[in-house]
Design a protein around this ligand. Structure first.
Ligand code: ADP
Ligand code: ADP
Length: 216
């Protein structure tokens, strides 16, 4: 599904990624752990085309994505990559269902079709009765599930999650990782998850450890 080869990235004189090779199969959950500053977020941003490597290639479903630019890149990212962050970044003025639909509207999906899909996801996540709630009317765990529904609405090839449970208590964090596993089991959804929590990392299929800009 995703293959990165020889990824290098420097900020000024500081080399953050020193030649990273990384591969994910369809339907696989790969967790990335390692100390703060190891380069995990930088790698995730490059895998998701939010940032470009200085050298090396990233291929998603066979398309070398670090060669894409501008609107082509934005459209490719919006349709193929779903992002989940530590903080949900939901828009406060929009309802849950409106937030979920945003990437579909960017992809020019019709309103009816987008809302139908959003309601399916809300139902799947046990949140159908929360569709019209604003983010501040939802619990932390609910907000994060809405953010995951938003990441899923365009049926992306891969979900990239940076500390998705970092702001949740242990019960909600465990529930979130269980949700990832059920999305893998039921829909062959592919995930790369950066986490500090080694226990939760092990709920996936494979754990990769980064240190000083390399996978060790
Ligand atoms: P991790 O996610 O493993 O904690 P990061 O990828 O966030 O590591 O950061 C790795 C290093 O890169 C850190 O030393 C950080 O300060 C530095 N860094 C990250 N992004 C930038 C940037 N845009 N400009 C300069 N330095 C950065
Ligand atoms: P995390 O460790 O959870 O991945 P961040 O990715 O937010 O946290 O940042 C990691 C480190 O990189 C922090 O020390 C932060 O100050 C630094 N950093 C992030 N973005 C930049 C940037 N644009 N310029 C300089 N330093 C950055």
């Amino acid at each position: 599904m995703l293959k990165a080869t020889g990824i290098r990235k420097s900020y000024g004189n500081l080399e953050i990624l020193k030649g990273v090779d990384f591969e994910v199969q369809k339907g696989e959950i790969v967790s990335i752990i390692g100390p703060s500053g190891a380069g995990k977020s930088t790698l995730l941003h490059i895998l998701g085309t939010l940032d470009k490597p200085d050298s090396g290639t990233v291929a998603l479903k066979g398309t070398v994505i670090n060669k894409l630019n501008g609107n082509v890149l934005s459209a490719f990212r919006n349709q193929n990559v779903g992002f989940v962050f530590q903080f949900h970044h939901l828009l406060p003025e929009f309802s849950a269902i409106e937030n979920i639909c945003i990437p579909a509207f960017i992809a020019k999906t019709g309103k009816k079709q987008a809302e139908t899909r959003a309601l399916e996801l809300l139902d799947l996540f046990g949140l159908k009765d929360r569709a019209q709630h604003k983010p501040n009317q939802l619990s932390g765990g609910e907000q994060q599930r809405i953010a995951i529904a938003r990441a899923l609405i365009n049926s992306p090839s891969i979900i990239l999650a940076d500390e998705p449970s970092g702001n949740l208590d242990s019960e909600n964090a465990a529930a979130l990782h269980k949700l990832f596993v059920s999305l893998r089991d039921n829909f062959h959804q592919t995930f790369v998850i950066v986490t500090h929590n080694e226990h939760l990392a092990k709920t996936g299929d494979r754990v990769v450890t980064m240190k000083d800009g390399l996978i060790i």
